[in-house]
Design a protein around this ligand. Structure first.
Ligand code: MLT
Length: 397
């Protein structure tokens, strides 16, 4: 028996697990302290009422023999028509036409970001931005692939562009970005799409934060860019859009026209999913189907506005402190430079001990994140305001 020795090349623990452990240790040592967590991007607003009602109705159906359902429809990799139609409707409103056969319902973007690698050879060279959502790196380390990095820095606004002559086979793009909150313009995305098509690479486009985009110059789907259906797989989630971090539902788009080495990637992914996945529960899918209805979009819009207000509160605090930051506008993340030349982990400890506020150290996302720090806008108004008050008081002192 041999283990997958690639796992030995991973860092000891997943970034957010390390942050969680350090926070728990601090709380254990100081039970009297009121610690505010603005670290992991976990939502705090409850599900929209239309989602709850749809899930209740679906649960009732499951309790009656006439309407009970077992496995989902296998023709669509277990996606129910009602959900697929609502997703197609949401794409149509962005001016993107897709077919049902191009949609795959999942239990979230994180799983699909990792699972999609099953359809690619181990020999591929993977290009990821640095700093980056750790899942892209860790899942490729597990698979033993060669990873190269595109430097995202303060100088390029944390939006690296293709460098001529770089040979990559799989390219990860997340826009609006986790962790930096920076978002590519339509023209910049077009450059990436043209580059991928030119070199025959595949873009894995993580659109988990698309619903935070409010600037018309930005895309909400990579398929708004001409040529993207020939090179890009788009991975989406209801987690941040509709508060599904605990419910679990997402969808991945693999266009029919995406072909490499004469093979349809859509067919490969369908084959992978029908073998290794049995779909998302009926109750969850019916809840998700309610999200992209007129009433659903209105209700999730209220939650998104709530988080945007938090982002504004944090941005205002950083403006007052005169600290450089990106994000916060079309994104729920705010990425800022640690004050007084502190390293990311030094600032983490300083903030935890002196303001009892937890954020995420930028260096946990890659070497270019050193000296930066991430806060999320997914907390409550009260906690966000209190955290900003404490940060301002500490840093102005
Ligand atoms: C984050 O904080 O970066 C996200 O919550 C991670 C995730 O969505 O898995």
């Amino acid at each position: 028996m041999k283990i997958n020795a690639n796992f030995l090349n991973l860092k000891d623990s997943y970034l957010f697990a390390t942050v969680g452990r350090k926070t728990a240790e601090y709380k254990k040592a100081h039970p009297e302290k009121d610690v505010i967590r603005l670290s992991i991007g976990d939502v705090t607003r409850p599900l929209a009422p239309v989602v709850v009602e749809a899930m209740k109705r679906a649960a009732e159906e499951m309790g009656k023999s006439e309407t009970f359902r077992g496995y989902g429809p296998d023709q669509t990799c277990y996606g129910y028509d009602k959900l697929l139609d609502s997703i197609l409707g949401s794409y149509a409103r962005k001016g993107v036409t897709l077919a049902k056969s191009e949609l795959f319902i999942s239990d979230g973007a994180k799983s699909d970001c990792g699972n999609i690698l099953d359809i690619f050879s181990q020999d591929n060279v993977v290009l990821v931005p640095d700093p980056v959502y750790p899942v892209y790196v860790d899942t490729n380390v597990m698979g033993g692939r060669v990873i190269i990095y595109a430097d995202a820095t303060q100088e390029n606004g944390f939006l690296p562009m293709p460098v001529k002559g770089t040979k990559a086979d799989i390219i990860y793009i997340c826009s609006p970005n986790n962790p930096t909150g920076a978002a590519y313009s339509r023209e910049q995305l077009k450059e990436w799409v043209d580059y991928a098509n030119e070199i025959g690479a595949v873009i894995l486009y993580d659109a988990a934060y698309e619903f935070f985009v409010c600037d018309d110059a930005l895309c909400r789907s990579i398929y708004e860019v001409e040529g993207a259906k020939d090179c890009a797989i788009e991975i989406c989630s209801y987690s941040k859009t509709a508060g599904f971090t605990g419910v679990r539902c997402g969808y991945t788009v693999v266009p029919e026209s995406l072909v490499r080495e004469g093979v349809s990637l859509n067919k490969l992914w369908a084959r992978r999913q029908s073998t290794k996945f049995n779909g998302v529960s009926y109750v969850t899918q019916m809840g998700a189907a309610a999200v992209f209805t007129e009433e659903g979009e209105k209700q999730i819009g209220e939650n998104l506005a709530y988080y945007r207000k938090n982002a504004e509160t944090i941005a205002h605090c950083l403006d007052e402190l005169n600290l450089f930051y990106t994000g916060g506008k079309n994104s729920p993340y705010i990425w800022f430079k640690c004050p007084n030349g502190m390293s990311s982990w030094e600032f983490f400890d300083y903030l935890l001990e002196n303001a009892n506020v937890v954020g995420t150290p930028g260096s946990g996302f890659g070497k270019n994140g050193e000296g930066f720090f991430r806060l999320t806008a997914f907390g409550t108004h009260e906690n966000t305001e209190e955290a900003c008050r404490r940060i301002a008081a500490l840093l102005k002192a």
